[in-house]
Design a protein around this ligand. Structure first.
Ligand SMILES: NC(=O)c1ccc[n+]([C@@H]2O[C@H](COP(=O)([O-])OP(=O)(O)OC[C@H]3O[C@@H](n4cnc5c(N)ncnc54)[C@H](O)[C@@H]3O)[C@@H](O)[C@H]2O)c1
Ligand SMILES: O=C[C@H](O)CS(=O)(=O)O
Length: 490
């Protein structure tokens, strides 16, 4: 199976065309073409795996679980460190592959590779700190001991918007805990996952420990990963509607689940905020990945006293954003993942304008290509409008105004989502009251970029459950076992 053209890589062998199962590259009869959303050009043709290959991957993970969990944390850490080093040594190629299949600007793609690799580095060390407990027994003849053990085979399904980091954030914790791993990445972005598998193999991660099955039968492959009796834990990153259906599928075998789902992040600017800092924070939080991240600012709430200044400065900053092919220098806004995604955003804008919102700038597809949408700002937005109630997942900033702190909190919390929230203020009383009142798993305070390997990433309400990254991220892949030792008085 030949790739259509030279992709401009230093190491072209990082482009793999087959699923990676039990340490082998698996060819399937059907084929799938990966396209570049910047211009819909063909990037690569890959084998289109399905249910049978997914079942093979689960078997491989099951067959190697005892071997992998029997290794010491130090042995696992050494191999994970090798993988981290290889990811960073190949950062440029991995970023180029990522941009070609997902669209984000090359600089952001390089950042994603470093972000994903950071989880390997972080959990290589965290795996050495899986501590247990001894607890004073209820009587002199007994001793209580608590140990932690790997949950077992972990299956995962990941989205297209971070095709490297969303896998690394899960696999790193799972492998460090002693679990084995199967991932089915998004149909649109398989190449990043397969390149990760190639580097895992080069790092010495044993066959069967990390498996990648790529194919467009999402439902069929998902059924295996959510219902196979040998899968102990299912972890999903994606939209809330799909997450709900997958949770239900996992119920048939009472699997452990963790869900990283949709968001509707408020970005609140108070009268005492540093306006220039707030403008920069809103810019990066909103327009990263062309607004296609789960923690992107989705509503900008500005207190009336600074509304005019903020809107003027924010508009000037957004006007500086350059839209185009993510491989080209100086591009800040790449394409959206598909024309369907563009149309979805255009519909949200049109519905909200019809309901009274005003276009401050953008609001059109522009002439960069069919998968592009101009960086857009809407004013006069109210929280009942479609643009405020839905996860936009595109480069549109709805600006709402408020008078009081209580009003801002009420608007911010008026959503079924609870992933990330942001606010800019300087009064310490405001900061503590608002931070505690916001119903979100993560809150950026005078900061627009909050994701890193050391922090517990995750949401509440219908944004999901569980945490990824930080010391808490390991808990999702560990079982607690209670040992009660009796007869010790004889
Ligand atoms: N919380 C987080 O960390 C996080 C991170 C990234 C994306 N997301 C969310 O993901 C969404 C965007 O990503 P998306 O469009 O890929 O989401 P999606 O839910 O449509 O798809 C996510 C993954 O699930 C697969 N899938 C879709 N339907 C399925 C089914 N019925 N059975 C099995 N698998 C199925 C897709 O192929 C993809 O691999 C947004 O809502 C975003 O907020 C959340
Ligand atoms: O889109 C979801 C990602 O989790 C965003 S981040 O890179 O982790 O902030």
């Amino acid at each position: 199976m030949q790739n259509p053209k030279d992709l401009g890589l230093k190491d072209s062998s990082l482009v793999k065309n087959f699923s990676y199962i039990n340490g082998s590259w698996h060819s399937s009869d059907a084929q799938l073409t990966v396209t570049n959303p910047a211009d819909n050009s063909d990037v690569a043709t890959i084998s289109n795996a399905g249910v049978a290959e997914t079942e093979l991957a689960v078997k491989a993970a099951k067959d190697t679980l005892k071997m992998w969990s029997a290794k010491s944390a130090n042995e696992r850490a050494t191999l994970m460190r090798n993988w981290f080093n290889l990811m960073m040594e190949n950062q440029d190629d991995l970023a180029r592959i990522l941009t070609m299949e997902q669209g984000k600007p090359l600089a952001e793609a390089k950042g994603e590779i470093a972000y994903g690799a950071a989880f390997l580095e972080w959990f290589a060390e965290e795996g050495k700190r899986v501590y247990g407990d001894t607890i004073p027994g209820p009587s002199g003849d007994k001793r209580i001991v608590v140990i932690k053990q790997p949950v077992g085979v972990v299956a995962s399904i990941t989205p297209w918007n971070f095709p490297n980091a969303m896998i690394a954030r899960k696999a790193a914790a799972a492998l460090a805990a002693g679990c084995t791993f199967v991932v089915r990445p998004a149909t649109q972005t398989p190449l990043s996952a397969l390149a990760m598998a190639e580097l895992a193999e080069r790092a010495g991660i044993p066959a069967g420990v990390f498996n990648v099955v790529v194919g467009d039968d999402a439902r069929g492959m998902g059924k295996v990963l959510t219902q196979h009796p040998d899968v102990a834990k299912f972890t999903f990153t994606g939209s809330t509607p799909v997450g709900k259906s997958l949770i239900a599928q996992c119920a048939t075998t009472v699997k452990k689940v963790s869900m990283e789902l949709g968001g509707n992040a408020p970005f609140i600017v108070f009268n005492d905020a540093d306006i220039d800092a707030a403008v920069q924070g809103a810019l990066v939080s909103k327009y990263r990945n062309a607004g296609q991240t789960c923690v992107c600012t989705n509503r900008i709430l500005v207190q009336s006293g600074v509304h005019e200044e903020f809107t003027k400065k924010f508009s000037a900053a957004v006007a500086q954003l350059n839209i185009g092919n993510g491989l080209h220098d100086g591009i800040n806004i790449g394409p959206m993942i598909s024309n369907t995604a563009v149309n979805d955003v255009a519909t949200l804008v049109a519905d909200s304008v019809a309901a009274g919102a005003k276009i401050v700038m953008g609001g059109q597809q522009g002439d960069a290509g069919e998968n592009f949408y101009q960086p857009t700002i809407l004013s006069h937005v109210t929280n009942d409008m479609a643009i405020a109630q839905n996860e936009i997942f595109g480069p549109v900033s709805p600006i709402l105004t408020f008078e009081t702190e209580a009003e801002a909190i009420a608007i911010a919390n008026d959503t079924e989502f609870g992933l990330a929230a942001y606010f800019y203020a300087r009064d310490i009383g405001t900061i503590w009251r608002v931070a505690e009142a916001l119903e979100y798993g993560m809150v950026g305070i005078n900061e627009g970029i909050i994701s890193n390997a050391a922090a517990p990433f995750g949401g509440i309400k219908q944004s999901g459950s569980g945490r990824e990254g930080s010391k808490y991220g390991l808990d999702d892949f560990l079982e607690i076992k209670y040992l009660c030792m009796g007869g010790l008085d004889k």
